[in-house]
Design a protein around this ligand. Structure first.
Ligand code: PMV
Length: 323
């Protein structure tokens, strides 16, 4: 049995659109920060059984096609012909735009490959995790991570955005704001497919996001939280513009999402760094300086007493947990 833990990540330059849905190749590169608060722990044992089995938080679940795909790749690479018994514990609010699939497939890739006796490099792990969920390729690493779009299976992998370091030695914090715990209405895969197929803005999105990668990398190297936040907010809104401009149009925004964005802009006018990013769900994340976290929460709670906040710092890459 092998057990692994992986943390979620928040994309500062988003992945939005599959160039090749089978191989899970994206149109554009993306860049994220791994967070230290939300994680998945998964154990995998290969057993003499007829079928794979999957338990989530102690309850048996159907084995999704994506899980089967990742386990099949592990079986093909290792030559093992056994069934996988998978037990996952999720410490992430499920499917509410907090990217539980990223931590889930990163943990699965590490646990399953180790249980099968494979000793994959982190690049190989990132490629394996990508087949379950694109964003999972980035959760193999800690800190700031870039996923290179690549041309084919082997060239589409993630690695630290700043050469050889997963440490973040400046006071950036991410405030996860929970406005809605319900399941998302449009899955990220369905949303991406609709944007790619029907938004006239899509090609411009993909080009603009790719061009944002070196800008974001420079802002990270300069440890400039304000620049990182401003670039991330612009990129997030450009991504959401491809849903609003799809045919038929759709959105992940809820009324509170827009109120929170407006409040963040008001807080900025008071001189604090407070920028918004949003994924395929209504819960925004605020990018700010660690020393401003309490003040920002206070500002929000004056107006929105029901919101809950989780303050996150940069987190580690995926690792094996001792049984
Ligand atoms: O990896 P997926 O299929 O869950 O897609 C993630 C998409 C976004 O969260 C919206 C953006 C990203 O890069 O994480």
């Amino acid at each position: 049995m092998s057990r692994a833990r992986a943390y979620t990540n928040i994309a500062l330059v988003k992945y939005w659109g599959k160039r090749d849905p089978q191989q899970m190749l994206p149109f554009n590169s993306s860049l994220s920060l791994t967070l230290d608060q939300f994680y998945t722990e998964t154990s995998v044992t290969f057993v003499d059984d007829v079928a794979d089995q999957f338990y989530l938080d102690g309850e048996v679940q159907p084995v999704s096609a994506k899980i089967t795909h990742v386990i099949d790749l592990v079986r093909a690479q290792s030559g093992l012909q056994k069934a996988a018994l998978i037990r996952s514990d999720n410490h992430v609010p499920n499917a509410a735009g907090l990217a539980s699939s990223a931590s889930a497939f990163a943990a699965l890739a590490l646990a399953a490959s180790t249980a099968a006796g494979l000793k994959l490099s982190r690049r190989e792990l990132s490629i394996l995790a990508r087949h379950g969920s694109g964003s999972a390729s980035r959760s193999i690493y800690g800190g700031f991570v870039v996923w290179h779009a690549g041309q084919d299976d082997q060239s589409s992998f993630a690695e630290p955005a700043i050469a050889n370091t997963e440490q973040v030695d400046f006071p950036i914090a991410i405030l996860a704001v929970l406005v809605d715990q319900s399941q998302k209405k449009v899955s990220s895969s369905a949303g991406m497919a609709a944007s790619v197929a029907t938004s006239p803005f899509y090609p411009v999105w993909a080009r603009t996001a790719e061009a944002a990668i070196p800008k974001m990398t420079a802002a990270i190297a300069a440890k400039a939280v304000d620049k990182i936040g401003a670039l991330a907010e612009t990129n997030a809104m450009q991504m959401h513009a491809t849903t609003l401009s799809a045919d038929p149009p759709f959105t992940y925004f809820e009324p509170e999402t827009l109120q929170i964005w407006e409040k963040a802009r008001e807080i900025r006018r008071k001189g604090l760094n407070c920028y918004v990013t949003l994924d395929a769900g209504p819960n925004p994340k605020l990018i700010c300086q660690l020393q401003d976290v309490e003040k920002i929460i206070h500002e929000f709670q004056k107006e929105f007493p029901n919101l809950t906040f989780t303050s996150c710092r940069p987190g580690p890459g995926a690792y094996l947990v001792n049984e």
